[in-house]
Design a protein around this ligand. Structure first.
Ligand SMILES: Cc1cc2nc3c(=O)[nH]c(=O)nc-3n(C[C@H](O)[C@H](O)[C@H](O)COP(=O)(O)OP(=O)(O)OC[C@H]3O[C@@H](n4cnc5c(N)ncnc54)[C@H](O)[C@@H]3O)c2cc1C
Length: 298
């Protein structure tokens, strides 16, 4: 692993907090994976902009991490500077019908607050265990809703500089956006919501109940491991291929929902990778469909 000495000195000079002991196990919801070489936690836009412009100029490899709820970090770790937003960049507020969120804010907490304050549009997002930045980058969605439907604009850092981009210029597609690629960083997102029609709280409760009933929420995972292939459901294909419960080491195709690979307690990232590889091969051989991972594999 690189020592990142110059970045540490730079961050010491700007009082940007960082950690040298972070791992995939403690920074992702899969709870697998080795060391992250360095994890910076800027807490305001000025520090984030300064840091990203410094590392862009120095060509230092970096990766933006949210809550790690869609990430697989390899067992040998990743030799990059990780950046996770904290402090005021993890806060949110409501102004009229708008929800304004720092990229590090919890998507679920912001969605729940918007419903509590009489707004609708994000009821489906109350069960997404990621940050707002991760939800925008992935164009997260569930139960017919997706970020694209409510996003107004995004403040981003591109090429080390801050700018505001309208939602329609953000290339939002199925589980992707202009921000799901290296070099683009979401700092803030503004959502345009509507006054509650009286049913937002019960819709939110219904979606949560459906998640609890159908998803293996008591095990570490990254949610749906594969993208939905056109005309199919990944879980149904995996089940049809006879892989429900298939396991390698501590990684298993969930018995409750075959679309989820779970960590039953002592999985390594290699176990998870091996389950993903085997599932793709078996589903391709028996069903003729090549599944694409939704989880970002570093
Ligand atoms: C139990 C469970 C249920 C889930 N259910 C759903 C669901 O219903 N629908 C759904 O869509 N997803 C779901 N997910 C997956 C995941 O929660 C979402 O994709 C979430 O939006 C990822 O956010 P994150 O902050 O954890 O991002 P991370 O996993 O940390 O990162 C994911 C990607 O986003 C990028 N990223 C993160 N922050 C930023 C930023 N500020 N700027 C630019 N890029 C950034 C990362 O670089 C990476 O490429 C589920 C996951 C779990 C564990």
């Amino acid at each position: 692993m690189r020592a990142f000495t110059c970045v540490k000195a730079y961050m010491d000079g700007c009082a940007i907090p960082y950690r040298t002991d972070a791992t995939g196990r403690d920074s992702t919801t899969f709870k697998v994976g080795g060391p992250l070489a360095l994890l910076a936690e800027p807490s305001d836009a000025a520090s984030a902009e300064k840091l990203i412009s410094y590392i862009t100029e120095k060509e230092i490899p970096y990766y933006i991490i949210g809550n790690g709820s869609n990430l697989l970090i390899p067992d040998e770790g990743v030799d990059k500077l990780f950046i996770r937003f904290a402090g005021e960049l993890a806060d949110f507020r409501i102004e009229g019908n708008e929800l304004i969120c720092g990229a590090g804010a919890s998507m679920a907490s912001a969605a729940k607050r918007s419903v509590a304050e009489g707004l609708m549009g994000l009821e489906w997002a109350a069960g997404i265990p990621g940050t707002v930045g991760g939800a925008v980058a992935m164009n997260a969605g569930a139960y017919g809703g997706e970020i694209k439907q409510v996003l107004k604009e995004v403040t981003v850092i591109e090429g080390g500089k801050l700018k505001t981009v309208k939602a329609e210029d953000s290339a939002m597609g199925y589980r992707r956006s202009a921000y799901s690629f290296p070099g683009m960083t979401v700092l803030e997102a503004v959502f345009s919501l509507r006054p509650d029609d009286g049913g937002a709280a019960s819709r939110m409760e219904d979606y949560s109940r459906r998640r609890r009933e159908k998803q293996p929420l008591s095990y570490p995972s990254a949610g749906s491991t594969f993208k939905r292939p056109e005309g199919h459901f990944a879980g149904a294909l995996i089940e049809k291929a006879g892989l429900k419960g298939f396991s390698v080491g501590g990684a298993q195709v969930s018995e409750k929902h075959a679309g989820f690979v779970i960590n039953t307690g002592n999985a390594t990232a290699s176990d998870v990778m091996e389950v993903i590889r085997s599932v793709r091969q078996a589903v391709f051989e028996s069903e003729g469909v090549m599944l694409e991972p939704e989880v970002k594999i570093l």
